[in-house]
Design a protein around this ligand. Structure first.
Ligand SMILES: NC(=O)c1ccc[n+]([C@@H]2O[C@H](COP(=O)([O-])OP(=O)(O)OC[C@H]3O[C@@H](n4cnc5c(N)ncnc54)[C@H](OP(=O)(O)O)[C@@H]3O)[C@@H](O)[C@H]2O)c1
Length: 230
């Protein structure tokens, strides 16, 4: 097991200034970069296909970045009630985990925190969506939810540091003054803190992730699924 990353200030992850999905998945690293608030970070490095991009994105001089923001998800087609690629999350996370393993074997050091967007509605321990949403979540979103479940299982099986962020239904429009409620679940042991809500904006998910995961260590969420909602 590689040493844990302990230098969050050395990595600057591009937060979402306007729209959450604009920064996904993205990360940058600069050991010389001053604090984010004072100096905006350099542009994020996209982790898209082909998978070889991961290697260049998650390491600098044989050191892993401190954190990876992974927000890949399928494009939902409301007419067909499915997504364009039903396996996109499981393939994406497998590619990332494999890349980390390969890079470690090649000498890369460190253990980046994988901040991974999952979803509410897939807990096996508790209902974390409102009753009114259940039919839509159960029937309409069964395909993407099956994919997210496998993605979370892959994280659980891995030896990486990770947090699965489960946002409620996504809308647009940041509300910085609106309280974000946070539920916490240990995938094996069950719910530690329960919160149920309808929606949250992409901007506020990005802000929450930046403030609570990417800008510094928050051990209470490590290896857990964290539901966030207004
Ligand atoms: N919509 C909701 O209510 C909701 C609720 C809970 C969780 N989520 C999750 O939240 C995240 C953002 O959702 P969203 O509604 O904002 O959807 P979105 O705009 O479609 O975001 C999905 C992102 O995944 C990327 N992506 C898809 N396939 C990829 C691939 N093969 N390689 C690399 N990137 C790929 C897309 O990149 P491009 O832009 O380049 O295509 C897109 O930016 C997703 O993970 C989604 O599953 C959504």
């Amino acid at each position: 097991m590689p040493p844990m990353s302990t230098t969050p200030t050395q990595t600057v992850v591009q937060p979402s200034p306007t729209k959450f999905n604009q920064v996904q998945p993205s990360l940058t690293k600069s050991d010389k970069t001053p604090p984010y608030a004072a100096n905006p970070p350099s542009p994020p490095v996209p982790l898209g296909n082909p998978p070889g991009h991961y290697g260049r994105a998650v390491t600098t001089d044989h050191h892993f970045v401190d954190s990876v923001s992974f927000t890949i998800g399928g494009l939902f087609d409301p007419k067909k009630f499915t997504i364009d690629d039903p396996d996109v999350c499981k393939k994406g996370i497998a590619t990332l985990l494999q890349a980390l393993n390969n890079l470690r074997r090649a000498g890369a050091e460190g253990s980046p925190l994988l901040a991974v967007i999952s979803t509410t509605g897939i807990s096996k321990h508790s209902r974390d969506v409102p009753l009114a949403f259940l039919p839509f979540y159960h029937y309409g979103l069964s395909v993407p939810h099956a994919d997210k479940k496998v993605m979370e299982e892959r994280l659980l099986e891995s030896a990486e540091r990770w947090v699965a962020v489960r946002p409620s239904f996504l809308v647009d429009g940041g509300k910085p003054d609106r309280k974000i409620r946070v539920g916490v679940e240990d995938l094996n042991k069950g719910v530690e803190k329960k919160e149920v809500g309808y929606t949250i904006s992409r901007e506020d998910v990005g802000r929450w992730m930046y403030e609570n995961l990417l800008a510094g260590e928050n051990p209470q969420y490590s290896g857990k699924a964290v539901s966030i909602t207004w």
